[in-house]
Design a protein around this ligand. Structure first.
Ligand SMILES: Nc1ncnc2c1ncn2[C@@H]1O[C@H](COP(=O)(O)OP(=O)(O)OP(=O)(O)O)[C@@H](O)[C@H]1O
Length: 402
């Protein structure tokens, strides 16, 4: 196997990022740049890296390292074996210590020297992970990476981190396609039992009930809420105490009290996309890049109008529907750019193009919020991304109370 490293650099200063990329390339390694943590999460959901170099500050004028620390926490929660080296300002020893406590393997002070950087990368790459072996040979950790930065999804991730490692039974609820199976997998991946595959049981299929005879291990139980009351009672009796149960249901209210006690010590409710429209854009960008890679088309992106369409549309089939629509649009795109006209939900009754579900005023506010967030509250950059002047953006922000 090649000894070239596969490195991810999370750095918002494009000049520094490009210079670092050249250094690694000249040394025979491959470095991928993520301009902010959100882009890094999408890359980490698609690829494994030998080492992650993480700048600690992304908001202009901020030097607390808070964003970097939150980023480490999220990376480590998704993959406890991730090898992170943080890059801090010269005076950032306190931040470096906090980063190491949060799971970073090492740190580097700015301005760093090339030899130090390479030596530290080599050292952390040489550390074998607990199970041993190369990270590139291991399966992607990412099958359970939950993307999105809405408060609702942050809450889901926090609950997964808290209850995943326990033996508590958890019921994941939300509309079909919203990511319930993904979250169930993430709960299992965070548990001590993660190395043993969880058994997935579709409770509507009586033949699959066989697997319920297990006395230990983890079972993911799909559709308990679609069982008749008698079958729900039978199921509650069948589940032995040593079995960790993760249920997937539309709503716990439809479970009988006995089954709810056994299956839903904790409920993790995934909000529908319509309640977290900012996540829809993050997911759409991720699905576009993933489709571009899968079909060998290089990076595929969405035009600003296409992103606006994603935000204002209601998505039948939730995230699954959004993923299918973006995959199709990515396939049909000519120049790596998806335009609004190509965005069309795919559903069982293939309907017309999406009807915007929001008023123009709401849509404008969401787009401004998304642009500000994307450009880390740099008003000039957000204004140029939106195609308006700084003055206009300030006026609109005031109108929307932003
Ligand atoms: N927050 C998320 N981040 C990344 N991918 C997501 C997210 N939510 C959903 N997905 C992806 O969307 C698709 C549908 O999600 P999933 O299969 O978990 O839905 P579900 O709610 O279990 O649906 P169903 O119960 O109908 O099968 C999957 O490919 C999943 O990986």
């Amino acid at each position: 196997m090649s000894s070239a490293w596969n490195v991810l650099l999370v750095e918002d200063d494009s000049t520094v990022a490009r210079a670092t990329e050249i250094l690694f390339r000249l040394a025979g390694h491959r470095l991928t740049i993520a301009a902010d943590p959100t882009a890094a999460y999408s890359l980490l959901a698609r690829h494994r890296y030998d080492v992650i170099l993480l700048d600690m500050n992304f908001v202009p004028g901020m030097s607390s390292g808070e964003e970097g620390l939150a980023c480490i926490a999220r990376i480590m929660a998704d993959d406890a074996d991730a090898r992170v080296i943080v890059i801090t300002a010269h005076s950032g020893i306190r931040i470096a210590v906090a980063a190491m406590q949060a799971g970073a393997r090492d740190f580097l002070m700015k301005p760093w020297r090339k030899d130090d950087l390479f030596a530290k990368c080599a050292a952390v790459i040489a550390q074998t992970s607990e199970g041993g072996g190369s990270r590139r040979d291991a399966p992607r950790p990412t099958a359970s990476t939950i993307l999105g930065d809405s408060a609702g999804i942050e809450q889901v991730r926090a609950l997964v981190r808290r209850v995943g490692p326990t033996a508590a039974s958890v019921c994941v609820t939300g509309p079909s396609g919203s990511g319930r199976t993904l979250v169930a997998n993430a709960i299992h991946a965070a548990s001590a039992d993660a190395a043993v595959k969880a058994v997935r049981i579709d409770l509507r299929d009586s033949e699959q009930w066989q697997a319920l005879n297990a006395e230990s291990g983890t079972v993911i139980l799909r559709y308990p809420d679609q069982l008749a009351p008698v079958a729900q009672a039978r199921l509650a009796d069948r589940l032995l105490p040593g079995l960790r149960c993760i249920g997937i249901a539309d709503d716990v209210a439809t479970l009988s009290p006995a089954l709810r006690r056994r299956l839903a010590t904790v409920e993790i409710a995934i909000p529908p996309l319509a309640q977290r429209r900012g996540d829809a854009v993050i997911l759409a960008r991720h699905f576009a890049l993933a489709a571009g890679e899968a079909y060998g088309r290089g990076p595929v992106r969405l035009s600003p109008a296409a992103e606006a369409m994603v935000i204002v549309s209601d998505w039948p089939d939730e995230v699954r529907g959004l993923a299918a629509a973006i995959e199709r649009a990515a396939l049909l795109s000519n120049d790596g750019m998806i335009d609004a006209a190509a965005i069309r939900p795919i559903s069982s009754n293939t309907g017309p193009a999406p009807t915007p579900a929001l008023s123009l005023n709401d849509a404008e506010r969401l787009m401004i919020e998304a642009a500000l967030k994307e450009h880390r509250y740099n008003v000039s950059r957000a204004a140029s991304a939106l195609g308006i002047s700084r003055g206009t953006l300030y006026r609109r922000m005031a109108q929307h109370g932003l």
